[in-house]
Design a protein around this ligand. Structure first.
Ligand code: SAM
Length: 261
């Protein structure tokens, strides 16, 4: 069975993606843990360690959803401050750290804001929640030190537009980092992974979230996403230099990165 995405037009696709995330917002975090057996936490840790966040930085996390990546960035910065890196960053500390979480779906952002309160980030003025479209960002040119997008670019209508916008808002020297479910190219492991994603994930979605269709769509969107090398060349086409990627778990996920010089 297919969700029939190839036949629908772009406007319809955008609306359906909207529905998917409104439907899954409440169960999103639990489902992430279940589907990845908790591994998504390690993948996000890896993403943030590659970013190397620093106090005073201006960072944009796009498709930031329920705040997972932004919380990690903020925690890393707060730890750096505690470790006595204060002296090193004396100048930048004067400037306020700003982590923008941008997502198109207000339901996802609301879950994120609630989690921020629970995690004690309620008073932290560094976190800014912004409703917006990755394809058409409201941020100024050359305004960000870093840009991350985790499990988000697969769902957008025009990947190229998202990459162009990422390039536009980054400062020179700014890093682009993308964590995404990607392609496994190892025999046997690939077959097992296909079996898992096409059979187990939709069933889990039905059981836990009461929503088979949304999870079926998520699996199909993984198949349609460009393979690692193709995606790397798209990032380079947007203007980025030093484009590279790292496969995790044999390509189940990949972290792509690029530099604006
Ligand atoms: N980054 C979070 C994480 O890793 O847990 C959330 C990932 S979630 C799978 C994908 C998110 O992308 C959803 O919150 C959805 O609303 C958002 N999204 C989809 N299309 C978008 C767009 N065009 N612009 C911004 N966000 C979008």
């Amino acid at each position: 069975t297919s969700f029939g995405f190839k036949e629908v037009n772009e406007e319809e696709k955008a609306r359906m993606v909207g529905n998917v995330f409104t439907n899954v917002a409440a169960s999103y975090d639990v489902m992430n843990d279940l589907m990845s057996a908790g591994l998504h936490r390690l993948w996000k840790d890896r993403l943030v360690s590659k970013l190397n966040p620093f106090p005073g930085m201006k960072h944009l996390d796009v498709a930031g959803g329920t705040g997972d990546v932004a919380f990690r960035i903020l925690e890393t910065i707060n730890k750096a401050k505690l470790r006595g890196l204060r002296d090193v960053f004396e100048d930048t500390l004067e400037e306020e750290t700003q982590i923008y979480v941008c997502d198109i779906n207000p339901s996802m952002l609301n879950v994120g804001k609630q989690r921020a309160l629970e995690r004690g980030f309620g008073q932290d003025r560094s976190l800014v929640w912004v409703e917006g479209d990755a394809e058409n960002l409201s941020f100024k040119n050359d305004s960000m030190d870093g840009y991350t997008i985790a499990f988000g670019i697969r769902n957008v209508t025009h990947i190229e537009k998202v990459l162009n916008e990422a390039y536009r808002v980054l400062k020179r020297g700014g890093r682009f980092l993308c964590l995404e479910l990607s392609h496994v190219d190892i025999p046997i492991f690939k077959e097992l992974y296909d079996l898992y994603s096409f059979s187990v994930i939709p069933a889990m979605g039905e059981l836990v979230a009461g929503d088979r269709g949304s999870y079926q769509y998520l699996v199909e969107s993984i198949r349609r996403f460009p393979p690692q090398d193709k995606f790397a060349s798209m990032i380079a086409d947007a203007g980025f230099q030093k484009v590279e990627y790292e496969n995790l778990v044999g390509g189940v996920v990949a972290i792509h990165s690029g530099l604006k010089v």
